[in-house]
Structures are given as C-alpha cells and as structure tokens.
Write a protein that binds this ligand. Sequence first.
Ligand SMILES: [Zn+2]
Ligand SMILES: [Zn+2]
Ligand SMILES: [Zn+2]
Ligand SMILES: [Zn+2]
Length: 412
Amino acid sequence: MAFRQLRPKHVGVLMALGALLTWVPLRAEAGPEVQAVAQAGAQAEAAPPAQDGCRRCKGRGVKDCPNHDAAMREAEGRVQFCSLAAACDKCSGTLVVDCDRCDGGPESAAAEQRRKAIEDWMANSRVAQHFKRNVPRCDTERFELVMDVSGKFKVGRKKIDAHALMHLVADDTTFVEERVREHFEVEPKEDYFAKMRMWMWANPEDHSEAVKEFMDSSARGDFKLLGKDPVFAVWQEPGLFSTAQGIRSVFTHNAGHMLVSNLFRQLDVSPHGGGWLDAGVGHWYEYARFDRSVNYCIEEASILENFSNGVWKAAMRKMCASAESKGQTLVVPLLSKITTSMSAREQAVCWSFFDWIVAKKPGALRPILVGLKKKQDNRDLFKEFLGVNVLDAETLWRSWVMSTYPAKEKTR
Ligand SMILES: [Zn+2]
Ligand SMILES: [Zn+2]
Ligand SMILES: [Zn+2]
Ligand SMILES: [Zn+2]
C-alpha cells in the first residue's frame, strides 16, 4: 500500500487557509482538522504531505475494517498472526482500512508495517504451502495452532464458527503458558527451545499426511511428541472432538505437557521419574481452566477411563481418608511410574499432589523440574526443595487435602 498523495481538491483549501494563517495565529483550542490542515499548509511546498488524518477517522488516518466485530477484533489482538484474518479482502488482516476522506494519519505507517509482516508470515507457512490452501491457523508467542475444522460450535447459549473457536483455543493455550510461566519462574526467551505446534485436522487423510510430511511418522491416530520440538496432532473424530468443549479441553491439557517438556532442557521427564509431575501438569492446567479434567494420556486405553467424572476434589478427599485408615500411600508408588502407565485414578492423585505443591511450596516447582531434567532422584529433590522425605511429603499433602478440599461437590 502506498500512501495516497494529496488530492487536487484539497489544494485550493490549503492555499486559502495558508493565507488566512498569516494573520490569525493558530490557537491551541483549534480542532485537529484545522491544525492538520494548517500544518499541511505550512509544509505544502515541501513533500512529504502531512499525515494527520481527519475528523472522519478521528485523526487516525485509518478506520476499523468493517469485516471484524468487536469480539473478534480483540481476539485477533491477542494472537500474533491469524490466517483467517489475513484472508480478509478489505484489510488483509491489519484490521484497518485507509480513511477515504483524508491522506492518511499517524496510524497509517503502522498499518503498512503490519501488512508487510502478515504477508511475510503467510508466505512462510510450510503447512499452507504443502496443502496448497489457506489452512486455518494462528500463532501466539509460544504456540502455532492449526484448527482446520468447520461447522458451528455451541458455547454456552451461543453458536460460534470455527474461526472464533480457534481463537478460544489460542486463549486457552495462552492461559496455560502464563500459569506455567508463574509456576516454573520461566524466562521465555531463555527457557524454551521451540514453539509448540498443535494441529487439529478435519479428516484422517489430512492428519496422516501432515504427520507424515512434517513428523516423518506414519501414525494414524493421535500423534504427540514431547521434549524436542513438541507437536500434538489430532483429527476431528466424530464424538470425540465434535464439541467446542471437547476440542478446547484436549488442547489445554496437552499444552501443559508440551510446555513443560520443552522447558529448561528438551526432555520429557515422564520416563525419568517425573511421571507424577508430567501427569500433574496436564491435569492441573486443564482443571484450572475448566473446573474439571476429562483428558487422560493413557497407553492402550481400550475402555474410556474416567475418575469421578472429572470433578476431583471431594473424591480425592475420600481417597485420602481411605488410604489413611488402611495405612496405604498414594503418591509414593507413583514416583517411579510413567504417565501413560498410570490409571485415571492415579493421574488424579498426581494432579492433587501438584496442586499441593502449587499451593504450599510454589518455589520448589522450578528446581524440581530442573532436577528431573537432569535425571536426579525424586528422593533427593524432595528433601532439598520440599524439605521432607517422600513419606512425609505424602503425609503433608494428604492432610492439606483433608483440610482444603470440600467433603462434597457436584460432579455433573
Ligand atoms: Zn481520515
Ligand atoms: Zn483470527
Ligand atoms: Zn478486515
Ligand atoms: Zn495427560
């Protein structure tokens, strides 16, 4: 987009005002248009022309593009780039159009820069190049999302389209990223090694093609890679991912796994004594976002497992009371298990144990994760950063559950 030059119709006005201004001093309370024109008049001979907008555009030089409502405009503002916004035939994703009543203003240059940045981003998408179409996707600071789904989705009483759903998912992953940042005292530029790629494809063909092309894998089902260059890929299986809530919760859950696997050192700690922490984070962020957790990463789950319908506090309190009376431990046996070999119930225990550390020993999370990434032993890490041995950690956690979680809650 080139800046528009002064149009001839303005020239007469400028000359007249220029003459006027030789004896009427421009006062501070003069409206912006008068000031603009006055300045333009002063500079009329020396290019470039003034860029002060007009009254119609409130001195901006641009106007909001009419193709995006207020909610979507805000949603677009929370992501770096969105391929569906970029497809807007009026604004190419800048969300503004040139004011047709003036020659530009202070926001014109920013809009032009933004347009170039969007063009670059669009031109460099390997996913879009491979599929030769504008695959619906958006980037945030930490995630690259593909949400190649269609149709309408119920959210509360409203029905939203797939584009709005993609932005809800983007907001969900940002929510997780912000909590992870607090919990693990993350310095994003130093502590992460990659952007997390999360894809949802409309059909199994595109899913397997993407996984084959970009991951060099022939996986047909859900595909997840943790540690180095994390990826999570699924397709919109009917029943499983047909609702907005189903899609949002599975992305939120896995966003936690991915971020933590990439932090400090690109290593999934689950096979190295960190299964309890890995399982804990997946469920914790999902629970914090939606007040329940219904996604489980379980190997070969032939029957869909479930624990207390995803609403866990009262159920966990019962479980702790029962373990107490039978002299059993709940956390200790999980310290050597990997996430995917745990039952739904065991994963809920990890969630609660993580919940306790977040509440009572938040400063321990970062050094414990760093230690697990160095494959250090839980016993040493607990001693050093929780200040207790593993048995005492279990006892402290349990009594916190008994005094903090409700005895009863609705699970529907
Ligand atoms: Zn204007
Ligand atoms: Zn968008
Ligand atoms: Zn637009
Ligand atoms: Zn999980």
